[in-house]
Design a binder for this molecule. Structure first.
Ligand SMILES: [Zn+2]
Length: 228
Protein backbone atom coordinates (compact mmCIF):
# COMPACT_ATOMS: atom_id res chain seq x y z
CA UNK A 1 0.00 0.00 0.00
CA UNK A 2 3.04 2.24 -0.38
CA UNK A 3 1.56 4.02 -3.40
CA UNK A 4 -1.46 4.93 -1.30
CA UNK A 5 0.77 6.56 1.33
CA UNK A 6 2.46 8.44 -1.49
CA UNK A 7 -0.88 9.62 -2.78
CA UNK A 8 -1.96 10.76 0.68
CA UNK A 9 1.36 12.63 1.02
CA UNK A 10 0.73 14.42 -2.26
CA UNK A 11 -2.82 15.43 -1.36
CA UNK A 12 -2.07 16.20 2.29
CA UNK A 13 1.66 16.93 2.48
CA UNK A 14 3.21 16.43 5.91
CA UNK A 15 4.08 19.72 7.50
CA UNK A 16 6.89 20.90 9.76
CA UNK A 17 5.94 20.77 13.46
CA UNK A 18 7.73 24.06 14.07
CA UNK A 19 6.71 26.32 11.13
CA UNK A 20 3.77 24.50 9.55
CA UNK A 21 5.29 24.57 6.03
CA UNK A 22 5.27 21.37 3.93
CA UNK A 23 8.22 19.03 4.58
CA UNK A 24 10.57 18.12 1.75
CA UNK A 25 11.50 14.52 0.95
CA UNK A 26 13.86 13.15 3.59
CA UNK A 27 12.81 15.67 6.25
CA UNK A 28 11.16 14.19 9.33
CA UNK A 29 8.76 16.16 11.56
CA UNK A 30 10.90 19.33 11.59
CA UNK A 31 12.21 21.02 8.42
CA UNK A 32 15.94 21.64 7.95
CA UNK A 33 15.50 25.40 8.08
CA UNK A 34 13.83 25.21 11.50
CA UNK A 35 16.29 22.62 12.82
CA UNK A 36 19.20 24.94 12.09
CA UNK A 37 17.51 28.06 13.44
CA UNK A 38 15.74 26.86 16.58
CA UNK A 39 16.70 29.22 19.45
CA UNK A 40 19.10 27.06 21.45
CA UNK A 41 20.09 28.22 24.94
CA UNK A 42 23.41 26.29 24.95
CA UNK A 43 23.03 26.20 28.73
CA UNK A 44 24.98 22.91 28.83
CA UNK A 45 28.04 24.76 27.50
CA UNK A 46 27.97 27.95 29.53
CA UNK A 47 26.27 28.75 32.82
CA UNK A 48 22.97 30.45 32.22
CA UNK A 49 21.96 32.18 35.45
CA UNK A 50 18.41 32.75 34.27
CA UNK A 51 17.97 29.00 34.04
CA UNK A 52 20.12 27.99 37.01
CA UNK A 53 18.31 30.42 39.31
CA UNK A 54 14.98 28.64 38.85
CA UNK A 55 15.67 26.31 41.79
CA UNK A 56 17.96 28.45 43.95
CA UNK A 57 16.99 28.28 47.62
CA UNK A 58 14.45 25.54 46.98
CA UNK A 59 16.23 22.29 46.24
CA UNK A 60 19.78 21.28 45.41
CA UNK A 61 20.06 20.70 41.70
CA UNK A 62 23.43 19.84 40.15
CA UNK A 63 22.53 20.98 36.62
CA UNK A 64 19.51 22.76 35.23
CA UNK A 65 19.59 22.88 31.45
CA UNK A 66 17.09 23.57 28.68
CA UNK A 67 17.42 23.01 24.94
CA UNK A 68 15.37 25.92 23.54
CA UNK A 69 14.11 29.34 24.53
CA UNK A 70 10.32 29.54 24.69
CA UNK A 71 8.50 32.73 23.82
CA UNK A 72 4.85 33.39 23.03
CA UNK A 73 3.73 32.83 19.41
CA UNK A 74 7.16 31.41 18.52
CA UNK A 75 8.07 28.25 16.65
CA UNK A 76 9.04 26.67 19.95
CA UNK A 77 5.55 27.29 21.32
CA UNK A 78 4.05 25.74 18.17
CA UNK A 79 6.42 22.78 18.51
CA UNK A 80 5.42 22.11 22.13
CA UNK A 81 1.76 22.49 21.26
CA UNK A 82 2.12 19.79 18.59
CA UNK A 83 3.90 17.57 21.08
CA UNK A 84 1.26 17.92 23.81
CA UNK A 85 -2.03 18.21 22.02
CA UNK A 86 -1.67 16.77 18.52
CA UNK A 87 -0.96 13.13 19.31
CA UNK A 88 2.73 13.27 18.36
CA UNK A 89 4.72 11.11 20.78
CA UNK A 90 7.36 10.63 18.04
CA UNK A 91 8.08 14.38 18.13
CA UNK A 92 9.05 14.05 21.80
CA UNK A 93 11.44 11.22 20.98
CA UNK A 94 12.99 13.26 18.15
CA UNK A 95 13.48 16.38 20.33
CA UNK A 96 15.03 14.21 23.03
CA UNK A 97 17.41 12.65 20.51
CA UNK A 98 18.39 16.01 19.00
CA UNK A 99 19.17 17.50 22.40
CA UNK A 100 20.78 14.26 23.55
CA UNK A 101 23.23 14.35 20.63
CA UNK A 102 24.36 17.87 21.58
CA UNK A 103 24.66 16.85 25.24
CA UNK A 104 26.60 13.70 24.38
CA UNK A 105 29.07 15.77 22.35
CA UNK A 106 29.69 17.80 25.53
CA UNK A 107 30.10 14.63 27.66
CA UNK A 108 26.95 15.38 29.64
CA UNK A 109 26.23 11.65 29.92
CA UNK A 110 29.06 11.48 32.47
CA UNK A 111 26.88 13.40 34.98
CA UNK A 112 23.87 11.07 35.12
CA UNK A 113 23.02 7.43 35.85
CA UNK A 114 19.28 7.37 35.22
CA UNK A 115 16.72 9.39 33.26
CA UNK A 116 13.13 9.80 34.51
CA UNK A 117 10.32 11.81 32.89
CA UNK A 118 8.05 13.77 35.25
CA UNK A 119 5.08 11.41 35.65
CA UNK A 120 1.63 12.46 34.49
CA UNK A 121 -1.46 11.46 36.44
CA UNK A 122 -2.90 8.26 34.96
CA UNK A 123 -6.15 10.03 33.96
CA UNK A 124 -4.28 12.72 32.08
CA UNK A 125 -1.99 10.20 30.38
CA UNK A 126 -5.04 8.20 29.25
CA UNK A 127 -6.61 11.34 27.83
CA UNK A 128 -3.47 12.32 25.91
CA UNK A 129 -2.48 8.76 25.03
CA UNK A 130 1.11 9.24 26.20
CA UNK A 131 3.31 11.20 28.60
CA UNK A 132 5.35 13.66 26.53
CA UNK A 133 8.07 13.78 29.23
CA UNK A 134 8.60 10.02 28.83
CA UNK A 135 8.90 10.40 25.04
CA UNK A 136 11.62 13.03 25.51
CA UNK A 137 13.29 10.79 28.13
CA UNK A 138 13.33 7.93 25.61
CA UNK A 139 15.02 10.12 22.97
CA UNK A 140 17.60 11.44 25.44
CA UNK A 141 18.29 7.91 26.61
CA UNK A 142 18.88 6.73 23.03
CA UNK A 143 21.38 9.51 22.32
CA UNK A 144 23.12 9.63 25.69
CA UNK A 145 23.19 5.85 26.18
CA UNK A 146 21.96 6.31 29.74
CA UNK A 147 18.98 4.15 30.84
CA UNK A 148 15.52 5.65 31.37
CA UNK A 149 12.68 4.26 33.45
CA UNK A 150 8.96 4.94 33.29
CA UNK A 151 7.90 2.62 36.10
CA UNK A 152 9.76 3.96 39.15
CA UNK A 153 7.43 6.85 39.92
CA UNK A 154 3.82 7.86 39.48
CA UNK A 155 1.73 10.92 40.07
CA UNK A 156 -0.97 10.17 42.61
CA UNK A 157 -2.65 13.57 42.84
CA UNK A 158 -4.35 14.99 39.77
CA UNK A 159 -3.30 18.61 40.26
CA UNK A 160 -5.35 21.36 38.74
CA UNK A 161 -3.92 24.01 36.51
CA UNK A 162 -1.31 26.11 38.27
CA UNK A 163 -1.27 29.36 36.40
CA UNK A 164 -3.56 31.46 38.63
CA UNK A 165 -1.93 30.40 41.90
CA UNK A 166 0.72 32.09 44.03
CA UNK A 167 4.11 30.43 44.39
CA UNK A 168 3.18 29.05 47.83
CA UNK A 169 -0.21 27.80 46.62
CA UNK A 170 1.45 26.17 43.64
CA UNK A 171 3.93 24.38 45.85
CA UNK A 172 1.24 23.16 48.28
CA UNK A 173 -0.84 22.05 45.33
CA UNK A 174 1.84 19.68 44.04
CA UNK A 175 3.43 18.76 47.39
CA UNK A 176 3.27 14.97 47.88
CA UNK A 177 1.83 14.59 44.39
CA UNK A 178 4.32 11.84 43.53
CA UNK A 179 4.89 8.33 44.81
CA UNK A 180 7.71 5.88 44.14
CA UNK A 181 6.91 2.31 43.18
CA UNK A 182 10.46 1.06 43.64
CA UNK A 183 12.72 3.05 45.97
CA UNK A 184 15.65 0.64 45.60
CA UNK A 185 16.12 1.60 41.95
CA UNK A 186 16.98 5.21 42.77
CA UNK A 187 19.29 4.68 45.77
CA UNK A 188 22.61 6.46 45.25
CA UNK A 189 21.77 7.34 41.64
CA UNK A 190 22.37 10.64 39.89
CA UNK A 191 19.00 11.22 38.31
CA UNK A 192 18.03 13.51 35.44
CA UNK A 193 14.42 14.68 35.68
CA UNK A 194 12.91 15.37 32.25
CA UNK A 195 10.03 17.64 31.28
CA UNK A 196 8.88 19.43 28.14
CA UNK A 197 9.01 22.95 29.50
CA UNK A 198 10.40 24.62 32.62
CA UNK A 199 8.13 27.41 33.86
CA UNK A 200 7.77 28.07 37.61
CA UNK A 201 9.43 24.75 38.39
CA UNK A 202 7.00 23.82 41.21
CA UNK A 203 6.08 20.43 39.75
CA UNK A 204 9.70 19.49 39.09
CA UNK A 205 10.61 20.79 42.57
CA UNK A 206 8.03 18.53 44.16
CA UNK A 207 9.14 15.50 42.15
CA UNK A 208 12.82 16.20 42.91
CA UNK A 209 12.01 16.43 46.63
CA UNK A 210 10.36 13.00 46.53
CA UNK A 211 13.42 11.51 44.80
CA UNK A 212 15.92 13.21 47.15
CA UNK A 213 13.93 12.17 50.26
CA UNK A 214 14.14 8.57 49.09
CA UNK A 215 17.87 8.32 48.64
CA UNK A 216 18.89 9.39 45.16
CA UNK A 217 22.30 11.09 45.32
CA UNK A 218 21.91 13.99 42.87
CA UNK A 219 19.29 15.70 40.74
CA UNK A 220 19.71 17.35 37.37
CA UNK A 221 16.86 18.90 35.43
CA UNK A 222 16.69 18.68 31.63
CA UNK A 223 13.86 20.26 29.69
CA UNK A 224 13.24 20.94 26.01
CA UNK A 225 12.22 24.55 26.58
CA UNK A 226 12.54 27.28 29.18
CA UNK A 227 9.93 30.00 29.57
CA UNK A 228 10.95 33.40 30.95
ZN1 LIG B 1 9.94 24.37 9.70
Amino acid sequence: MNWLNHLVDIIYPKTCDACGEPLLGGEKLICTQCLVNLPRTNSHLQTDELIERRFWGKITVSHTIAYLRFSKKSKVQYLLHQLKYKNKPELGVLLGELYGQELKAADFDKHIDLIIGVPLHIEKEKQRGYNQANCIAEGLSNALEVPYDVTIARKVVNTETQTKKSRFERFMNVKDAFELTDKEKIKGKRIAIIDDVLTTGSTIESFATTLLDNGCSEISVITIAIAD
